[in-house]
Design a protein around this ligand. Sequence first.
Ligand SMILES: C[S@@+](CC[C@H](N)C(=O)[O-])C[C@H]1O[C@@H](n2cnc3c(N)ncnc32)[C@H](O)[C@@H]1O
Length: 364
Amino acid sequence: MSLEQIIKNTIIQNASPIGFDEFMDLALYHPIFGYYRSGSEKFGEKGDFITAPEASDLFGFCLARQCAQVLNGTNDILEFGAGSGVLATQILFELGRLNSLPKKYYILELSGELKHRQAQTLEKVLPELVDRVVWLDELPVDFSGVVIANEVLDAMPAKRIVYKNNQFYELGVDCHKNEFCWKMFDLPYQNDKVFLPNNMIEDYKTEINLRATAWVNSLYNVIDEALVLLIDYGMGRNEYFHPQRLDGTLRCYYQHKASENPFVNIGEQDITTSVNFSDIADQASVSGFKVSGYATQALFLISLGIDDYLLEQPDEDKHINLAQQVKQLVLPSAMGESFKVLALSKNISVKLTGFVEQDLSGKL
Ligand SMILES: C[S@@+](CC[C@H](N)C(=O)[O-])C[C@H]1O[C@@H](n2cnc3c(N)ncnc32)[C@H](O)[C@@H]1O
């Protein structure tokens, strides 16, 4: 049976619509057919989208420089949702050059298929360091070091809500004549965990991600002392709930084409929502984290000296190639401004190099 039919049957058996977060959970993480569980190519040119580490090694090299400020020879790195494994290779390679390797590089990955791919990448690129890498099935305890999550929060299932008659209502997913459709829940949506705007335009749609905020809280509880780097496309709440963003931030990616229709290509397309970094920072503070920096990806990478790698490249062709990659990472028209970096810390007090050029945490 197809994943589409499995989800339809779930709705029919429930005899009621399911929340969009439940739909997204099944579409992305169904144990057999979910987008992130199946064997299809996702990352890079042959896949559906390109993430920063897939675009350039310089992304991971700069992150490594930030990690080096916190690593002390006895602590570790923990990466969530490590994709093809390429970011882990970049970080470990550069930390090796900086003489600042972590004791262990833990990866917490939900997908068995991706774990396998990550192991292959690491064995191919860095066979000498592969025994430092350990795959976990659950959060570690008393973690110390650096936690990294690149484009993970946006992949966590979100709820969709709509503004009607001065209140928000949850938009669920229903099945009518064997077709998926949106269905507004009867009772107004109430939640005191995240901020919801008011006085919105009738029919204004947006998303809230309670799983992402719950994840931040659970992370706090397993950390002894650590720096957490969350990198994703997203914005603070003023921009998130901008009156002109009438249809929210839900996007789907299939073979590098973006659409706003999650009801097609089920299990074969990525589904994401932008990160509301104000909600994440608020939850982090409530949990006990210190918010230690917030910047655009461009200024984070520039603060960490991405230009140095260009200057150090003597070969002209390689220099031109690297310059193209830097543009993709830092130009506002590419990934530079839509992606942000949020740093959270627990029991760490270092002035982070990544935020010397910009720290917008006061504006979240
Ligand atoms: C868009 S991909 C990003 C992959 C990679 N970080 C990169 O930058 O190329 C999202 C990844 O997040 C993972 N993910 C989502 N929720 C997660 C969670 N709660 N714990 C660990 N990984 C998660 C997915 O399985 C997927 O591998």
